[in-house]
Design a protein around this ligand. Structure first.
Ligand code: ATP
Ligand code: MG
Length: 556
């Protein structure tokens, strides 16, 4: 059933091999297991694309399972946000929504089974002592003095742990494996800790909570998951994943690890992202500078561009950092095909057309998308007083400047050719307006054989809609902020620039939050949810210049 046009990946190869040998009877059941302790980011998008993508490709299914085993850091707000973001990205778990907490009772029963089999024991060592007894990569660990308690004593203590008789941290349940194992994860890992905290789903029913490793494989097994994909940091945990399943003798899924996605100039750790939010360095999890799906959506990213990116970065075993420019490249490719073009002046400068009759208004037909004829055209009003970009006028003009300067001609997009006749200045000598004359014979921009190199965009002053435009730069000044000693010190102080006096063409006055446009010559923009009726707010998603194409070219 595999799509032969797709590049082969080692995960696909493993599944194909399982299907050949019949290990899972040809079934492919996967799961995406987020912990609801933060919102999803672009790295999760890669995991989602793999988990849901493999299931889809092989005609199987993918479950959404919340790994809600740590009540103190988790919340319903995150649960809701995660579901919203996965759906937005274009994936669906159908009826298969699960929670690790659904299995707390079954996990507890299995823990008692391991105790009865002499494979788990209650320990009184503190967290620090457990760490100390565990040994190091070069030295074996030492057994806890409580390691050889009788089954009866262990069962009694474990039941009393559940009943709430002991304080947080007073006892743990540990698997009895091998304190000398070269794999530290197998040195009697903790299965349960006491935490008297209210859980967002189970309330106060439990005061002992399972550790990730104990909860995860067993949850996979309960759900009949065949292929349990996760990131590379769990590779050393696989022997433990396997040990638990074998010790219980239950259905045994295959864990497969792939390299995490890293993107330059950003961080992808929920802990660090939460810190950015809590310190007020960004406006929230959905700040358009954040690499979260909520932030990227608000910035103007499309699900299609993100899926395309996830597919193109591929699935590998070796960690690497993908250039942010590549993500932007994927968005540009998508929006170039789909976003309608508009004229918007970000930093306005008044342009008065002296020989254009006062009070006259003309409408010009403007193409909505040159890449898509079906997008049609719209009317753009023209009048005597216009706005152009401040940077489209220079006095004196630098070399090779083909825009407006005293005495030069420029084409106003869709309208006329104008010639600059002078400027108006305020008392301090600043240019407050540029004056020009238009050539009535150049309607539609026809140059009648003369050379006019530059074309600039404009809006009619009386028709334009005042708006706010937010320009973004990378959140961090260095490509690998994770390597910085203190990542806050490499935050980019200029990551946000707010332009409050932008003027956009009237057709943008009614744009709805979430809509995306190309503003001619300045980039792709999305309408922000902060927009008010008659005063839209725009986020620049990306500029028009494709820095990735340049990087690729330089690399040959
Ligand atoms: P943290 O950021 O605190 O390390 P996490 O990102 O691993 O946590 P989870 O909610 O456990 O958070 O992640 C859910 C799934 O997404 C896991 O299977 C994890 O392997 C995967 N995942 C997380 N980050 C990335 C990433 N950068 N690239 C690819 N997959 C990721
Ligand atoms: Mg994790």
């Amino acid at each position: 059933m595999t799509d032969e046009t797709r590049p082969s990946t080692f995960i696909r190869d493993i599944i194909l091999e399982h299907n050949r040998t019949g290990r899972f009877g040809g079934k492919v059941i996967t799961r995406f297991p987020p912990e609801p302790n933060g919102h999803l980011h672009i790295g999760h998008a890669k995991a989602i694309a793999i988990d849901f993508g493999m299931a889809r490709e092989f005609g199987g299914r993918c479950h959404l399972r919340f790994d809600d085993t740590n009540p103190t850091k988790e919340s319903q707000e995150y649960v809701d946000g995660i579901m919203r973001d996965i759906r937005w990205l274009g994936f669906d778990w159908g009826p298969h929504l699960y929670h690790a907490s659904d299995y707390f009772e079954q996990l507890y029963q299995w823990a008692e089974q391991l105790i009865r089999a002499g494979k788990a024991y209650v320990d009184d060592l503190s967290g620090d002592e457990i760490r100390e007894y565990r040994g190091t990569l070069t030295e074996p660990g030492r057994p806890s003095p409580h390691r050889n308690r009788s089954v009866e004593e262990n069962l009694d203590l474990f039941r009393r742990m559940r009943a709430g008789e002991f304080e947080d941290g007073a006892k743990t349940l540990r698997a009895k494996i091998d304190m000398a194992s070269p794999n530290i994860n197998l040195r009697d890992p903790v299965m349960y800790r006491i935490r008297k905290a209210t859980h967002q789903r189970t309330g106060d029913a439990w005061c002992i909570y399972p550790m990730y490793d104990w909860a995860h494989g067993q949850s996979d097994s309960i759900e009949g998951v065949t292929h349990s994909m996760c990131s590379l940091e769990y590779e050393d945990h696989r022997p433990l994943y396997d040990w638990y399943l074998d010790a219980l003798g239950i259905f045994h899924p295959q864990q497969i690890e792939f390299a995490r996605l890293n993107v330059s100039h950003t961080v992808l750790s929920k802990r660090k992202l939460l810190q950015l939010v809590e310190s007020g360095r960004v406006r929230g999890w959905d700040d358009p500078r954040m690499p979260t799906l909520a932030g990227l959506r608000r910035r103007g990213y499309t699900p299609e561009a993100l899926r395309d990116f996830a597919e193109r970065v591929g699935v590998t075993k070796s960690p690497n950092v993908v250039e942010l420019a590549y993500l932007e490249h994927c968005l540009r490719e998508d929006l170039n095909k789909r976003a309608q073009r508009r004229m918007a002046v970000l930093r306005p400068l008044k342009l008065v057309v002296e020989n254009y009759p006062e009070g006259q208004v003309e409408e010009f037909e403007a193409v909505n998308n040159p890449e898509d004829a079906s997008a049609g055209t719209r009317k753009v009003p023209f009048s005597r007083t216009l706005y152009i970009e401040q940077e489209d006028f220079r006095d004196p003009p630098p070399p090779k400047y083909f825009r407006l300067a005293p005495g030069t001609e420029v084409r106003l997009r869709y309208a006329y050719i104008v010639k600059c006749t002078g400027v108006g200045k305020d008392a301090a000598g600043n240019v407050t307006e540029v004056r020009c004359t238009y050539d009535p014979d150049s309607r539609g921009g026809d140059s009648k054989g003369r050379k006019v190199k530059g074309t600039i965009h404009w809006v009619s002053a009386q028709h334009a809609v005042e708006s706010e435009v937010r320009l973004y730069d990378t959140l961090f000044t260095v490509p690998k902020p994770d390597d910085a000693e203190d990542y806050e010190s490499v935050l980019n102080p200029a990551s946000l620039e707010v332009l409050t006096g932008a003027r956009v063409e009237p057709a943008l006055g009614t744009a709805a939050p979430g809509e995306r446009f190309q503003f001619e010559r300045t980039g792709y923009f999305a309408v922000d949810e902060d927009s008010q009726p008659g005063r839209p707010v725009f986020n620049r998603a990306v500029g028009l210049r494709d820095t990735w194409a340049k990087i690729e070219k330089a690399a040959g």
